[in-house]
Design a protein around this ligand. Structure first.
Ligand SMILES: C[S@@+](CC[C@H](N)C(=O)[O-])C[C@H]1O[C@@H](n2cnc3c(N)ncnc32)[C@H](O)[C@@H]1O
Length: 268
């Protein structure tokens, strides 16, 4: 309830609290156990083949599958890509290794997350920089692909972010975008996205796939919160991890929010 009030009525306060929360997360000694901060995705229950993963990536399966689902719609060869709000860099590293773009730059406003990524990932062409989604400093027409995963809900001014995405994309470049919104805000969000002046190639409600992934990953998430977060803050972090604060064993839910995936293209 408080979260919802903050989101709707005081977006700047929410953004500031978010920044504190993510700096706090990065200050915990999470090492390699937490490389993703999204709710994940699965389509196995619909008969899809599970993504083939190395054993060390198995624990990140659902978050990796979200990135895979987001990224698989375009041809990455020779691309210069930007990810806005790359968090702890697991998705950036996965896309770089799996889809092999020419370069991939991750940007996040958590200075600690960027420091972690810069010291943790050593792959040619993969870079991380501190920055704000609403004030990107890259030149016009500089990227073939812009990626954004489960982060724009925290931006106080989504229109500014969309303007920057359009500005930094090269003609014919793609915007691969996924996020969630309270049900009553979904129409407004879609309208804002459609008015950004990019061609809509694909839109998909993936709420059921995300909920199924949350259910399959519930135990691991609960254990991570119990392991890393001090008892006094656990309820808040169960909520953050998509679990019910008072009964984290219960079936996860999205708080009456819908999760969508979009592919948009800047016309040449
Ligand atoms: C839920 S996490 C998702 C991280 C990553 N995309 C993933 O899936 O693991 C949201 C991220 O958005 C970042 N963030 C929030 N507001 C931002 C802003 N205005 N500019 C850049 N990053 C922001 C946070 O620091 C955090 O890393």
């Amino acid at each position: 309830m408080l979260n919802k009030l903050l989101f709707h009525r005081f977006p700047n306060v929410k953004s500031w609290l978010t920044r504190l929360q993510y700096e706090f997360i990065s200050a915990l000694n999470l090492k390699k156990e937490v490389l993703f901060m999204n709710f994940g995705y699965t389509a196995h229950h619909e008969g899809a083949e599970p993504l083939k993963l190395d054993p060390e990536n198995e624990k990140h399966r659902y978050s990796l599958q979200l990135y895979h689902h987001v990224a698989k719609s375009v041809d990455w060869s020779g691309c210069d890509a930007l990810e806005v709000s790359s968090g702890r860099g697991g998705g950036a590293h996965f896309i770089m290794n799996y889809f092999k773009p020419k370069s991939y730059t991750g940007v996040d406003f958590s200075a600690r997350a960027i420091e972690f990524c810069q010291s943790h990932y050593k792959v040619d062409g993969l870079k991380f920089r501190h920055g704000n989604a609403e004030a990107l400093t890259f030149p016009d027409n500089s990227f073939d692909v812009v990626v954004n995963v489960e982060a724009s809900l925290y931006y106080p001014n989504i229109t500014k972010f969309f303007e920057h995405v359009k500005r930094v994309l090269k003609p014919n470049g793609y915007f691969l975008y996924t996020d969630l919104r309270y049900t009553e805000k979904v129409d407004l969000w879609h309208a804002q996205l459609k008015s950004m002046g990019l061609k809509l190639i694909k839109e998909e409600d993936i709420t059921d796939n995300v909920l199924k992934a949350m259910e399959l990953d519930r135990e691991r998430r609960m254990q991570l919160v119990d392991k890393f977060v001090p008892a006094i803050l656990r309820k808040q972090f169960y909520h953050f991890a998509g679990l019910s604060p008072d009964s984290p064993n219960a079936t996860p839910h999205l708080d009456n929010r819908r999760y969508w995936y979009f592919v948009l293209q800047k016309e040449g």
